[in-house]
Design a protein around this ligand. Structure first.
Ligand SMILES: Nc1nc2c(c(=O)[nH]1)N[C@@H](CN(C=O)c1ccc(C(=O)N[C@@H](CCC(=O)O)C(=O)O)cc1)CN2
Length: 294
């Protein structure tokens, strides 16, 4: 049985759900899961419908037939084959815990994406990446060569056909041009519970402030440093007796988990941009696991 999903964003009004459900039924599709949110603040409506078809569907034909409904409600919409894995480029600098975590999750099938390349401004993780049979590109960045370095990064992204860039502790600020070009397609992991402690060295900032919780935030990357729409966050308790180096150790797991949850949501089309915020529909049960029980 082939599974698909339809994502819809439009101005809120009556009849949207009925129109979509009727359309899918008339095209021989059975709805298996549906999430929706009507934002009264912005008068925007968001919906994600999972459906299946005994005979399989021609998505291009389905999109063409759906166009009339989309026009009626001025919808932004997309159909996706849930079997297709999103192609992802991961970027990393010196801290490799999120990269290693993602390599493992993808290897066991817990993260339904295809890592098509890893880019770093250092050579630290070349061996680990090549041993995973993934192309590794070292692209050095300096204040003088940033435009050329980003051109090289985009060449790798475009030649690999990547739909998403993941900054897995990549510690270079991306240009406004690259953020604009890749709007909604770059996800970063920031090692603080934003909006606290933006920028470099958030653990040192947290230590100086005397907080009792540290955290991690995964967000879309925009020109405004660490201010992009938040996708996922979590925290971990710390005490007065711990140092910034202890925070680094404690933070590794929460950073990795938060980033993996954000990528899982994005790759499964569960994240919707809603102004400077996001709508994130929850994963259906069992959709994280695929590792066979021991
Ligand atoms: N345009 C954006 N670029 C990046 C973002 C973002 O939100 N918008 N997130 C950062 C990640 N980040 C914190 O999570 C971060 C990375 C780097 C710096 C920084 O000051 N970098 C220095 C160089 C540091 C070095 O060479 O080691 C710099 O670029 O001048 C702050 C925050 C990723 N990029």
């Amino acid at each position: 049985m082939t599974k698909y999903c339809l994502t819809v964003t439009c101005a809120t009004t009556r009849g949207i759900v009925a129109a979509i459900a009727t359309f899918l039924a008339e095209h021989g599709c059975n709805i298996t899961d549906s999430s929706q949110f009507d934002d009264v603040e912005t008068s925007r409506f968001f919906m994600r419908i999972s459906f299946e078809s005994q005979d399989g569907v021609d998505l291009a034909a389905l999109e063409a037939d759906f166009a009339a409904i989309a026009k009626t409600f001025s919808m932004q919409f997309a159909f996706h084959d849930e079997a297709e894995k999103m192609k992802v480029v991961i970027m990393v600098s010196r801290f490799g815990h999120c990269l290693n975590d993602l390599l493992y999750r993808v290897r066991i099938g817990a993260l339904p994406v295809e890592i098509v390349a890893v880019i770093s401004n250092h050579m630290d993780y070349q061996k680990a990446v090549v041993n995973s049979d993934i192309p590794f590109h070292c692209i050095r960045v300096t204040k003088e060569n940033k435009p050329q370095a980003e051109a090289a990064i985009m060449k790798v992204v475009e030649e690999a056909g990547a739909e998403l860039i993941v900054l897995a502790r990549y510690m270079q600020i991306l240009s406004d041009e690259m953020c604009q070009k890749m709007s909604g397609r770059i996800i970063n992991i920031h090692h603080s519970f934003l909006p606290s402690f933006k920028g470099a060295n958030p653990y040192k900032q947290a230590f100086a402030r005397g907080v009792k919780l540290i955290g991690a935030t995964s967000h879309y990357v925009t020109a405004d440093l660490d201010e992009g729409p938040i996708i996922e966050q979590d925290t971990v308790r710390i005490t007065h007796a711990q140092s910034p180096d202890d925070y680094v150790s404690l933070g590794r797991d929460v950073e990795s988990q938060v980033l993996a949850r954000a990528i899982h949501a994005h790759a499964n089309h569960r994240v919707f941009l809603n102004g400077n915020k996001t709508v994130v529909f929850q994963a259906s049960p069992g959709s994280y696991s695929s590792e066979k029980m021991g």
